[in-house]
Write a protein that binds this ligand. Structure first.
Ligand SMILES: [Zn+2]
Length: 293
């Protein structure tokens, strides 16, 4: 837009004392985006801090990055408990990695290792690890790499099913942030298998979930993976559980309703197809019967 056109927008305001509006533009120009991005990055680092810890595997002094709790802002939630945060998302920083030896785990599990697990990680992870440095701010791909490392460590140390399932669930969520449907489903499927195993073998809470929340999550993972029969079964279990909180019962009811609605729509579609076939058939045979009239 030319300067005189912009000036036209404010025609009439001169009399009110605004006689210097020639250079006023309504919208910020694109050329200003670059410095804005830098400011955003600087702000993101302001929300992060480095924590000094000792790696329980190699005993090195290391630093792990985390989001300051005062900076965490929840934006929304998905029906499988995924939380969307305002940047920076704490989910991107929750897999801690020792860059010296390759040991990795979700922060809550990082310091909980038995001597057998330490030995296994030294044998199967540390012996192969090539030290790596990470950027100050993690993007989704960096986070995925770090969670995959945590999953590999969890497999090597024979971690509980719930620990592996939670890592897989977060890998599914991170894939969702990238709109990577194929990998999301792959990791949600692994999470589902792990939560079912944990449900059968471990005592509650599993991965921080009480019994009814874990039951609901299993149902919801089945639903997302398009196994509605099993999803309905697990949602019904939530609704029959006298100890389940109202909130989780409401969620189970909502998701059950979604499936029923979907099935009704499918039935309507099938009915419409069937009806049109009947009409065609009637048309086909109507001529045959007309002779009797
Ligand atoms: Zn280490």
């Amino acid at each position: 837009m030319k300067a005189d056109e912009i000036n036209d927008l404010f025609e009439g305001l001169e009399d009110l004392g605004f006689d210097d509006l020639e250079n006023v533009s309504v919208y910020t120009k694109n050329t200003e985006e670059e410095p804005n991005k830098k400011v955003q990055e600087r702000q993101q680092t302001d929300f992060l801090y480095d924590r000094k810890i000792v790696c329980p595997v190699c005993n090195s002094n290391i630093t792990v990055r985390a989001v300051k709790s005062s900076s965490i802002r929840v934006v929304s939630r998905d029906s499988d408990f995924m939380i969307y945060y305002q940047d920076p998302s704490p989910m991107l920083y929750d897999s801690w990695v020792c860059v010296k030896c390759g040991y990795a785990a979700i922060s809550a599990q990082f310091n909980h290792l038995t001597s057998t697990q330490t030995r296994l990680i030294k044998e199967k992870i540390c012996s192969k690890w090539k030290p790596k440095a990470y950027e100050a701010i993690y993007d989704i791909d960096t986070a995925i790499e770090r969670y995959k490392l945590a999953l590999l460590n969890a497999i090597v140390k024979n971690a509980k099913s719930s620990e592996k399932a939670l890592i897989c669930l977060k890998l599914g969520w991170l894939s969702r942030l990238k709109n990577d449907n194929e990998n999301e489903n792959k990791f949600l499927q692994q999470a589902l298998e792990g939560f079912i195993q944990a449900f059968e073998k471990e005592s509650f809470p599993i991965a921080g979930l009480d019994e009814s929340s874990a039951t609901y999550l299993i149902g919801e993972l089945y639903r997302r993976l398009e196994d509605n029969t099993n999803a309905l079964l697990w949602f019904s279990r939530v609704l029959c559980n006298r100890n389940a909180k109202n909130k989780i019962k409401d969620m189970a009811r909502d998701q059950k309703y979604l499936i029923t609605q979907e099935r009704n729509e499918e039935k309507t579609d099938e009915q419409l197809t069937a009806d049109s076939t009947t009409i065609k058939k009637q048309g086909l045979f109507s001529g045959l019967f007309n002779w009797s009239k």
